[in-house]
Design a protein around this ligand. Structure first.
Ligand SMILES: [Zn+2]
Ligand SMILES: [Zn+2]
Length: 189
């Protein structure tokens, strides 16, 4: 156990002065930080954002790099997002702006066209479908055409399964219409 502790931090053969690059991000050594990983490292952009905020980042909050460079942790390159959904939303809008000069469009992954973001089906919160409504409608129609036989089998199976209920319902409806016609004739006479 003491061996492991001794190889940590400055005693580690991989010691880089408490700075670590990982997948484009920079981590710095801050073992007492609430977001520290098992090795005691925290993302530098988190620390910088917290310094600007004046307190620890609330749970679930994420930091976004405006210019897309994950190691550019200058204060004015960072935006604090209240959750991951908002962060994804920012990325979607930035992608649209880079490609079209507008932020209110979304790329359809089927027809590869940019269409108004508002026309895409809402999935949850700020999340929206990746296929534009036209492509979605076409896909649904094609699926139905391709699966006509399958749908027929499903229908047949459903009928077989609910045979009792269906015949009961038929009996009930027949009785009801009998009752109605007798009522009608009674009213007339
Ligand atoms: Zn981001
Ligand atoms: Zn489309």
């Amino acid at each position: 156990m003491s061996n492991i502790r001794n190889t940590k931090g400055a005693n580690s053969p991989n010691w880089r002065g408490g700075r670590q690059a990982c997948k484009g991000y920079i981590r710095i050594l801050a073992p007492d930080h609430p977001r520290a990983n098992r090795r005691g490292y925290v993302f530098e952009h988190v620390i910088v954002a917290e310094e600007a905020l004046g307190r620890f980042l609330p749970r679930g909050h994420v930091v976004h790099h405006i210019n897309g460079v994950k190691s550019d942790n200058r204060k004015n390159n960072l935006v604090i997002c209240q959750d991951n959904a908002y962060h994804t939303h920012l990325h979607t809008r930035q992608k649209a702006f880079r490609a079209t000069g507008r932020t209110d469009l979304r790329h359809c992954c089927t027809c590869k066209e940019w269409k108004p973001l508002g026309s895409y089906r809402k999935i949850s919160g700020q999340e929206r479908d990746h296929h534009c409504p036209t492509c979605r409608a076409i896909a649904r129609k094609e699926w139905r055409l391709k699966n006509v036989d399958y749908l027929k089998i499903l229908k047949r199976e459903w009928k077989r399964k609910h045979r009792n209920q269906i015949s009961q319902l038929r009996l009930f409806l027949a009785a009801l219409s009998l009752l109605l016609s007798s009522l009608k004739s009674r009213i007339k006479s």
